[in-house]
Ligand binder design. Sequence first.
Ligand code: SF4
Length: 957
Amino acid sequence: MPQIEPSARYPDQPTVALSQPVGDEVRKTTCYMCACRCGIDVHLRDGKIRYIEGNRDHPVNRGVLCAKGSAGIMQHYAPARLQAPLKRVGPRGSGEFVEISWDEALETATRWLGEVRERDPKKLAFFTGRDQSQSLTGYWAQMYGTPNYAAHGGFCSVNMAAAGIMTIGGAFWEFGAPDWDRTKLFVLFGVAEDHDSNPLKIGISKLKARGARFVSVNPVRTGYSAVADNWIGIRPGTDGLLILSVVHELLKARKIDVDYIARYTNATWLVIDDPGGADHGLFARDGDGKPQVFESVTERVVPLGTEGARAALSGRVTLDDGRTAVPAFQLLAERYLDARYAPDAVAGETGVSAEVIRGLAAEIARVAFDETIFLDQPWTDMNGVRHDGFVGRPVSFHAMRGLSAHSNGFQTARALHLLQVLIGAVDCPGGFRFEPPYPKPVEAHPTPHGRAEHFGSNKPLSGPHLGFPRGPEDMLVDEEGRPARLDKAFSWDAPFSAHGLMHMVIANAHAGDPYPIDVLFLYMANMAWNSSMNTAGVIRMLEDKDEAGEYRIPKIVYSDAYSSEMVAYADLVLPDTTYLERYDCISMLDRPISEPDAVQDAIRWPVVEPDRDVRGFQTVLIDLAGRLRLPGFVDSRGKALYRDYADYIVRHERRPGIGPLAGFRGRDGGRAGRGAGNPEQLDRYIANGSFFSAHIPLEAQFFKHANQAYQDFAVRMGFFDQPQPVTFQLYQEALQKFRLSAEGVRKPVAPETHRERILSAFDPLPFWYRPLEEEAVDREAFPYHAITQRPAAMYHSWGSMNAWLRQIHTRNPLYVPGSVCDAHGLEDGDWAWVTSNHGRIKVEIRRMEAVNSSTLWTWNAVGKRGGAWGLDANVPEAERGFLLNHLINELLPPKGDGRRWSNSDPITGQAAWYDLRVRIEKAEPGLESQPHFSALTHLRDREQVPAELRYGQEWSR
Ligand code: SF4
């Protein structure tokens, strides 16, 4: 008899279960087909994945799933998956490997790593790509004791992150987001499709539904720009100039939020004006180190925060010691009101007409000040002042790599934050809003660790690798000023390199500059192909041997789930699982998935078991930590503390009661943020859709940088142990300290070789300078820019071997503006030589009109090396696809003194991918792009791999 039960939905009607359920089993986890971390429902039947759809209840994507996300099934069944640990038996690059057991692989890795840790720990360089476990990998490297650790941020968007944190205590994407429900004007700068992909789609659709205006500033009109109300086709590398011209217009029209600026920024702080003095350009401080301001009623210099003081924004005062000082705002206003920032003066350089710049400024001013929002929610600020509600300036901005990946990107990102602060649009209704645990002032971040006194044989590093120097004294250099780190991060070369310089690691290791290493340990970083500048050169470095016939980079350990180009150059390969086969933790200790209204983090879990001899990299790392007896991973008797990564996620505590996950803490799982470990924690996450969410109290939702209720909430959640309000640093004193060092008036004095560079770039107020490659090359010989865009359907090299996604992009032509085609006799489908100061490539072109007239562009990372990623030698990606990387050198052209600087932002070390200058000329028709590389050896027997991979087809090793 069928069971008859009342239905919950229609209690009067019985529900008849006529048969066994016919539906799929659905397991909810987190997508990893790009970095956005959407929630997904994985449908399974008989233990096999049938398809993937968006989780409608997930706070990041609300059910939205992109092409990449749904194609995750083909990533999971990809022929490119590694099958077992590998040991190289032929020369590097030959593809000659033998499969070995995990015991042998782990014993080998332990021996190599153990010897280095004993002898000289800095001879391990451990760098990770676009992984999402940096709170573990960083901790592991710290406990190991090498100074040489970072993730991929140095070649991605460190300019955006560092400039944001140093200016407002947070940045875009993982740090904050536009207030999509209230903003009335949204301005998107540059490439963003790969950062905040689905949230931006959802946000833009909300804007469209409400009739809000969306302006895109991008040299190329693709992706989101294609649906913008206004497209501003700017010349690459000039965004900072455009932004500061908008600032010029706003200041001229007095359309700035003076109360907001005076209350929340350092605009009133007095800056010492004493040219040639050791404190010139620094803040005047009292005996306790408190910044001083000029009290405009009593006309006295008083410490910041003096009760009842009305601090002036302009004027010149004499300090007690006789020196003079002016409020930072006065310097700011004098600079940006200068005629060189007038729209007419910048139009030629930016390629944007003065009329458009004036129009953009006017629209920002109109929306910010004529369409102000007021939310009737009383709140109290950090000074104890009660406010009736939240005042909102409904203008918001978003930017990522397009602004970042230039050698002037740090100052450009600072300029954008300056703009949004000046109109009072940071963390207000309708503006940009922080996502917990941000904002965090620089003071809440560590200084970097890695100097010789920070580590030693068989000892952990005395603090975290990555952080923010407060001045030159925090740099990682020796007494002679030589870099302590292999990538030269936090040295005079790039003092604020908060994410390291991964793009310099192989070149420096090969050159033994500043010292040789023994082991290069990489995870998920395709450095032998699309993740490196000067790809052919990097391949040669990986293969190069010394006079004794030994590889110059002696040992390379690599972990990846797929047979990427990098695998061929490894000596030991540790095969990772796919994202559907392992635990992951998108942690509050790192950059979680919070929203402006809620604290959120997430996990992944093995929704299917691996069918190969592979292990999750994080579990392997924990295993290695136990074998190496790293502190923090073993008890006092040397016994491993954690069984695997899942065990670590649940039981590890970074501080008492603070672990990797914020949700379901405490013995009963009822605590959030702080609390004892909960053995059921992962089960609770899984039952909750693999995420945790805790709403921020209404009173605490805006002005988090200065909101008493939010700061108390942050302490309760364990982000901080005491309130950490943020004063926006429009004037950046730390940069001025470097200038004083470069002038030789402050210790440590900058080396002679670095002085000009520091003096020209380290301005405490945002400014614009020409990108360094553009300045170094003959602009007439290389008249065009060449940049990449991220296709919405692919993410780095991951997607371009995916059987479904390859049907969208199998090759990448170079898109050339119509006017450039006409000037060079090029027609759609022609082939052309494209030449930079470093090299030349031959590619197929497409004519395009929706692009800045001096800009050539192509899709990123579609070009492949034949044989890699399980692809045949003659696939379109290898024959007609190409990389711009072959045209980009990791070093700038030599200067007069013969020195060559890294092709990076001089402040942060951010790789300057988008500074590339080229020329173009017609070529004979071809069948394959140049340079063409010999195919790599397949790592799998082709007989075992079907010629065509189809949905639903079942095959394995
Ligand atoms: S944007 Fe697409 S690929 Fe990225 S996490 Fe979301 S669903 Fe996955």
